[in-house]
Every structure is written in structure tokens, then in C-alpha cells.
Design a protein around this ligand. Structure first.
Ligand SMILES: [Zn+2]
Length: 192
């Protein structure tokens, strides 16, 4: 079984993993993974809403998971920040089907330019269950759907850290996009 939680930044995706982890009785049969690209907290899945943190193994590629979980007879796997991983998601299906491993995966669905974020497309395609989690818009407190980067120095999607990012509702994203580029809607209409 593969269950995936996606949403914008600050939406509580790691909370969803930790609350699931806390409900598992035999934690000896659990392993957690995080991308090497996100070493902000070493390799821990944590959230400011929980005292519990899950110790994770840093990996680059989904293909590395099997060598950790199969010899240890692991039954539940947590993956955080999955959008930053590489590899073939068929490995997740194989581990789920052939070895009865349950996966709980969290990640950003979109970049701060509102494009699908890396491998997350593939992960969603093979998930048995998908939960889209809203955060709270940092401008108006309504449910947020989008991550947005408001500084001008970003190079590519994978800028790890929180500086410069906000989580926004559609109305506030529209306002901020038009503040940055007033001709945006006219250009879509072919008028500018
Ligand atoms: Zn808003």
C-alpha cells in the first residue's frame, strides 16, 4: 500500500507522517528515508507540532530503499520531502506488492512556480491513496494551495530551506503574481 500526502509548504505534511508513525505499535519494523538534498535537520522527519521525530536514512535514489528494508524485514516505510528523490517509482510498487511493505510518503506537489515537482508526478501515479493537504495562506489565513517564492534570487526548483517562501491561497497568489507582472493576464489573452 502506498499512501501519499502532498501540499504546499507549511501544510503539515510531515505532521501527517509523524501522527501515522505514532499509531504504529511495533516500531522495530519501521524505517524512514529522506533525500540527501534536504539535510536541514540531519536526517530526521520532524515537525514543530510534535515532540517525536523519526530518525531517517539519507538517500538519493528510490532504488536504495530495498537494500535497507528487505534484509531487516521492514513492514512500514516513511519518506519525507519525496519530491527531491530520483529513481524509478516501480521500485515502490514492487516493495509494496512483493514484500507487503506499507509506504507513507510526503512531499511538495508543486514548485514555487506552480509546476509539478520532479518525481512527485510518478509517485502520485503509483499511490493507492492520495491526500492533498492545505496549509493556511500567509497573507489572509484561508486554506493555502500554493508555495510561492517572493525573492528574486532563485536558481532552479531545489532551493532547500524556508527563507523567501510563503504558502498562499489562489486569490493571494494571483494578487502577488500581478504585483510582480501587471501584464500577466493581458498576455494570456493575447492583448499584450
Ligand atoms: Zn490568501
Amino acid at each position: 500500500m502506498i499512501r501519499t500526502f502532498v501540499g504546499p509548504m507549511y501544510s503539515g505534511k510531515s505532521d501527517a507522517l509523524i501522527s501515522t508513525y505514532l499509531r504504529i505499535w511495533n516500531k522495530n519494523l519501521v524505517m524512514a528515508f529522506k533525500p540527501e538534498a534536504d539535510t536541514r535537520d540531519g536526517a530526521m522527519i520532524k515537525s514543530k507540532n510534535y515532540d517525536t521525530a523519526i530518525k531517517a536514512i539519507a538517500i538519493k535514489d528510490i532504488g536504495e530503499i530495498k537494500k535497507h528494508v528487505i534484509p531487516n524485514n521492514i513492514k512500514t516505510v516513511f519518506i519525507d520531502e519525496a519530491q527531491l528523490l530520483e529513481g524509478d517509482v516501480k521500485e515502490l510498487v514492487d516493495l509494496s506488492v512483493l514484500f507487503d511493505i506499507d509506504f507513507y510518503i510526503a512531499g511538495l506537489n508543486m514548485t514555487s512556480e506552480q509546476k509539478p515537482f520532479g518525481i512527485i508526478n510518478d509517485i502520485l501515479a503509483v499511490s493507492d491513496e492520495v491526500s492533498v493537504i492545505n496549509g493556511f495562506c500567509q497573507d489572509c489565513n484561508k486554506p493555502s494551495r500554493y508555495s510561492y517564492y517572493y525573492l528574486d534570487d532563485k536558481k532552479g526548483d531545489v532551493l532547500v530551506g524556508d527563507t523567501g517562501y510563503v504558502s498562499l491561497c489562489p486569490a493571494c497568489l494571483k494578487r502577488r503574481l500581478l504585483e510582480k507582472d501587471a501584464t500577466l493576464i493581458k498576455r494570456y489573452r493575447g492583448e499584450a
